[in-house]
Write a protein that binds this ligand. Structure first.
Ligand SMILES: Cc1ncc(C[n+]2csc(CCOP(=O)(O)OP(=O)(O)O)c2C)c(N)n1
Ligand SMILES: [Mg+2]
Length: 369
C-alpha cells in the first residue's frame, strides 16, 4: 500500500512545489526567530509525548512534528489582527500565533491554568487575544467557521467601521478534510460572497492511515477542486519556512487587497503517527527517513550556519534556553489545579456576542453591497 502512495516518493510529492524565494532581504534576526519558534514547537511536543506516556495528558494527542515550517511561515505572513482557525493538530499553530507555552501545556494537562481552563485539551487550543479561534476535533468542521470569520471581519471593517475590508482569515485543514461536505459548502460561499479567507490544506499525504489518493480524486492536483468554485489555488513547499513565508505573504497580501478567497495545497509530512497510538503500518521507515532528511529545522539551521550567521555556541544556547523554557512549562502545568466541578457550567453558551445580535444574514449581505 505504501509503495503506491504519492507521499512515498518525496521527489514527486514535494519537489515540484519548491520555488525560488523572491524576498532576499529577510533579516537574519527574523530567520533566527523562526528557527527558535520551530524548535520551541518541536521541544514542546517531545515533552508532550513523554507526558502522555506518563499519563499526565489524557484523551487524544496529535503531534505536529515535521510540519513546523507551515504554522511558523504562515503566521509570519499575516498580521496579529488576522483570525486563524485550525484542526485538531493544533499545538504548533497556537505556539506560532503567540500563545504562552505554559497555557498551552496546562491545557494539554487538563488543568485550570490552560487556555480553555483545561476543558478543551490537546485538540482545542483557543486564544482570543491572539485571534486564534481554535483547534477543532471534527474533521472539516473548522472550514465553515473560517468562512464565517472572514464574513465577520468584512462586515465589521466595511459596515460597522465604514472602511475597507482589511483582514484575511487563515483556515487550516488536513488532506483528510478534502472530501467533507462542509469544506465544499464553505468554499462555495467564500467564492460567492467574496470572503477574504485562505483555506490551507496541510497535505501530509495521509489521513489517519489512508494515503490521499485512496480517498481523493485528482489527488495529484487538489487545487483543481478550488477552481470549481472560482477560487485561486496555489501549491506550496511546506518543508521550508522561508518558502512558506515568501509564497504566503504574496497570497495573503493579494487576498487582503481583493477580498477574494484562496486555496493552498501545502505539501508537508508528519514524522510521527496520526496520534499517540498509531504504529504507522501503512508506510515504510525508508519513506519517513526521506522526509526527515528535509527537516525544516535542520534546513534553516544549515542555511544559517553555511553563511556563518549562526555559530555552534549560539545554536547550543538556543536549544538549552528552549529546553529550560519547556521544562518550566511542564512544572507550571503540573502545579495548576484540576478544574472544579462548577466549571462544567461556565463558558458553555454565549447568548449575545458582538454587534450582530438581531441582524439577519440577508440584511447583513445587503448592508455589505
Ligand atoms: C467528521 C469526522 N470523521 C472522522 C473523524 C475521525 N478522524 C480523526 S482525524 C482523521 C483523519 C484526518 O486526516 P487529515 O485531515 O489529513 O489530518 P492529519 O491527521 O493528517 O493532520 C479522522 C478520519 C473525525 N474526527 N471527524
Ligand atoms: Mg493528513
Amino acid at each position: 500500500m505504501s509503495s503506491a502512495s504519492q507521499a512515498s516518493d518525496l521527489a514527486s510529492f514535494l519537489a515540484p512545489t519548491a520555488r525560488p524565494v523572491k524576498r532576499k532581504d529577510i533579516p537574519v534576526a527574523t530567520l533566527k526567530q523562526w528557527l527558535r519558534d520551530m524548535m520551541l514547537i518541536r521541544e514542546f511536543e517531545i515533552r508532550c509525548m513523554q507526558a502522555y506516556q506518563d499519563k499526565k495528558i489524557g484523551g487524544f494527542c496529535h503531534v505536529y512534528i515535521g510540519q513546523e515550517a507551515v504554522a511558523v511561515g504562515c503566521v509570519a505572513a499575516i498580521e496579529p489582527k488576522d483570525p486563524l482557525v485550525t484542526a485538531y493538530r493544533d499545538h504548533g499553530h497556537a505556539l506560532a500565533r503567540g500563545m504562552a507555552p505554559k497555557y498551552c501545556m496546562a491545557e494539554m494537562f487538563g488543568r485550570i491554568g490552560g487556555c480553555a481552563k483545561g476543558k478543551g485539551g490537546s485538540m482545542h487550543m483557543f486564544d482570543r487575544a491572539n485571534n486564534l479561534f481554535g483547534g477543532h476535533g471534527i474533521v472539516g468542521a473548522q472550514t465553515p467557521l473560517g468562512a464565517g470569520l472572514a464574513f465577520a471581519t468584512k462586515y465589521e471593517d466595511e459596515v460597522i467601521n465604514r472602511g475597507k475590508s482589511n483582514r484575511v482569515t487563515l483556515c487550516f485543514l488536513g488532506d483528510g478534510a478534502l472530501n467533507q461536505g462542509a469544506l465544499h459548502e464553505a468554499m462555495n460561499l467564500a467564492g460567492l460572497m467574496d470572503l477574504p479567507v485562505i483555506f490551507i490544506v496541510e497535505n501530509n499525504g495521509y489521513s489517519m492511515g489512508t494515503a490521499i489518493e485512496r480517498g481523493t480524486t485528482r489527488a495529484d492536483r487538489i487545487i483543481s477542486k478550488a477552481a470549481g468554485y472560482g477560487i485561486e489555488g496555489v501549491e506550496m513547499y511546506g518543508m521550508d519556512v522561508v518558502q512558506v513565508y515568501d509564497a504566503m505573504k504574496d497570497l495573503a497580501d493579494r487576498c487582503r487587497a481583493t477580498s477574494r478567497p484562496a486555496f493552498v495545497d501545502m505539501r508537508t509530512y508528519r514524522y510521527k503517527g496520526h496520534s499517540m497510538s498509531d504504529p504507522r503500518k501503512y508506510r515504510t521507515r525508508e519513506e519517513e527517513e526521506q522526509y526527515e532528511a528535509h527537516d525544516p529545522i535542520g534546513r534553516l539551521e544549515k542555511q544559517l550556519r553555511s553563511t556563518n550567521q549562526l555559530t555552534d555556541a549560539e545554536f547550543e544556547s538556543m536549544g538549552d534556553a528552549i529546553r529550560e523554557e519547556v521544562r518550566e512549562c511542564v512544572a507550571w502545568a503540573d502545579a495548576s489545579p484540576v478544574p472544579g466541578i462548577e466549571e462544567l457550567y461556565h463558558d458553555v453558551y454565549v447568548e449575545r456576542w458582538g454587534p450582530y445580535t438581531g441582524t439577519s444574514l440577508p440584511s447583513m449581505l445587503r448592508e455589505m453591497q
